[in-house]
Design a protein around this ligand. Structure first.
Ligand code: UDX
Ligand code: ADP
Length: 484
């Protein structure tokens, strides 16, 4: 029986390994993590991450050929294939701060693999890492002096949160990068290919050299993020000129060369990958003497930051240039619907922007825990990924705890609020009883829709002043000062 061990039981490691276990009953899969609470949760009824369909998959395999454990070294030692899916934060200090990936966790995992291994292994890069990380890891592993052979593969993950299980069941492609120039490399590629071939059609399994696989992941995420920044830049122009961004992106997306997906204007993209991967790409370009290319990709992030700032400015300027002491209901905090993940969610920057203007925030999200929101609003930028195992031990900033209240439904959040901000496109926000909400708010009552989920016409009929990203402006807002 082939044994797989995955180091890191996070958003990538957990779902990916659960699906491998489900689709390959002949393979034993152990998912290990240094975090005791995470592993306890994976072994409990309430899994540590919310992902539609995940519970079912885990229930079917857990205890049969899928195991979650804190015994990292023991499971690594016994495995034939070791996936590494640990966090790769953006460096917050030193060389490359704010851009380069911090490979501390990766390096310590690699050293541990080298220390505990007694037999040859295939080591698979699963976390997104800068190009040529595999080469560095290879150096650590092959200098172990034990005569053990390690083959390094890059097998980037393309799943999107909220649809992770569907993406894993039916991936557009699986990418495997390895040392194609050596017999050992080719054999390792085939071994991993055979795992995926249990359920993925052969033609969708792409094999490349190591660096191409690593770079493809960064490039794919940069292209996706670029589409969002492109449409978001157009949304600003739509607001200034009276066009409707939904109509524009529909028309643009009808061109089969462009396609309709990933063209929804929003308050900005979030998630653990896009910003981090583009920053990595920028850093790599700079290190390789390509400042023009670096600047090109930097602009994708700049537009994303601009979009969040623009949203806050629009809100404040619409409310007579001050939100000081006003109650603002925040609907949605996760970075997209159907996940409880808040990493790099635009809600953090929007909320921080409103707090700096001394607003009172009442936040509701169907999946995000209060402690998580408080921690996110208290942490400096980029620090979210540097706390493996102990994310909840960050003390809440006192000014945050005084100005932020977390509640359990949208009606509670909006009661007596001066304005409503929709920051995540949760389905339930489409069908709220907005008449009832309006009646419970002081007037003028505002809705700022950062995800284009509400029926603008209907809400204006009720009496709301409505701002929706990239849509023709409410007559009320037209008279307000211009937004930077
Ligand atoms: C992304 C990639 O899609 C995935 O392939 C990769 O493996 C990891 O990064 P993820 O971050 O989970 O996945 O979510 P995704 O669906 O890509 O959304 C990212 C952000 O973009 C979200 O904040 C989402 O709301 C936003 N978005 C997406 C838009 O604002 N508009 C769109 O049209 C699409
Ligand atoms: P991703 O979204 O890439 O899956 P996460 O942050 O959700 O990232 O998961 C990474 C996991 O890796 C965390 O649960 C963390 O505790 C774990 N981890 C980090 N370093 C190690 C290590 N050396 N050994 C085992 N687990 C680790």
């Amino acid at each position: 029986m082939v044994k797989i061990c995955c180091i890191g039981a996070g958003y990538v490691g957990g779902p990916t390994m659960a699906v491998i276990a489900l689709k390959c009953p002949s393979i034993e899969v152990a998912v290990v993590d240094i975090s005791v609470s995470r592993i306890r949760a994976w072994n409990s009824e309430k899994l540590p991450i919310y992902e539609p369909g995940l519970d079912d998959v885990v229930k079917k395999c857990r205890g049969k050929n899928l195991f979650f454990s804190n015994e990292v070294e023991k499971n690594v030692a016994q495995a034939d294939i070791v996936f590494v899916s640990v966090n790769t934060p953006t460096k917050t200090s030193g060389l490359g701060a704010g851009k380069a990936a911090d490979l501390t966790y990766w390096e310590s995992a690699a050293r541990m693999i080298a220390d505990v291994s007694k037999s040859s292994k295939i080591v698979v890069e699963k976390s997104t890492v800068p190009v040529k990380t595999a080469e560095a890891i290879e150096k650590i592993l092959t200098h172990n002096n034990k005569g053990i052979e390690f083959q390094i593969l890059s097998n980037p993950e393309f799943l999107a949160e909220g649809t992770a299980i569907a993406d894993l069941f039916d991936p557009d492609r699986v990418l495997i990068g390895g040392r194609e120039e050596t017999q050992g490399g080719l054999k390792a590629i085939k071994t991993l290919k055979d795992v995926y071939a249990h359920w993925v059609p052969q033609e969708r399994i792409i094999c490349t050299n190591l660096w191409s696989a690593e770079l493809s992941k960064l490039a794919a995420n940069a292209f996706l993020a670029q589409r969002i920044s492109s449409v978001n830049s157009i949304s600003a122009l739509c607001e200034a000129t009276g066009a409707n961004v939904t109509q524009v992106s529909y028309s643009v997306g009808k061109d089969s060369r462009i396609g309709p997906k990933f063209l929804s204007a929003s308050v900005g993209f979030g998630g653990s990958c896009f910003q981090k991967d583009i920053l990595n790409l920028v850093y790599i370009c700079e290190c390789n003497g390509l400042p023009e290319v670096a600047n090109y990709w930097k602009q994708v992030i700049k537009i994303n930051d601009y979009q969040k700032k623009r949203f806050v400015n629009r809100l404040v300027s619409s409310m007579f240039n001050t939100v000081s002491g006003k109650k603002i209901a925040i609907l949605g905090f996760s970075f997209k619907k159907d996940t409880g993940d808040t990493r790099e969610t635009p809600a953090i920057d929007v909320c921080k922007g409103l707090l700096s203007d001394r607003a009172h925030l009442i936040i509701y999200d169907p999946q995000v825990a209060e402690a998580q929101m408080m921690m996110d609003l208290s942490l400096p930028k980029f620090d979210w990924d540097s706390q493996p195992g102990s994310p909840m031990q960050i003390p809440t900033d006192e000014s945050v705890s005084q100005s932020v209240k977390v509640v359990h439904n949208a009606y509670e959040a909006t009661k007596d609020a001066h304005a409503i901000c929709i920051l995540t496109e949760w389905d339930e926000f489409k069908n709220l009883d907005y008449k009832k909400i309006y009646d419970n708010m002081p007037k003028p009552a505002y809705v700022f829709d950062g995800r284009n989920v509400v029926d603008v016409g209907k809400l204006r009929q009720i009496g709301f002043i409505v701002y929706a990203i990239g849509k023709p402006l409410d007559p009320w807002l037209k008279d307000m000062p211009a937004v930077a």
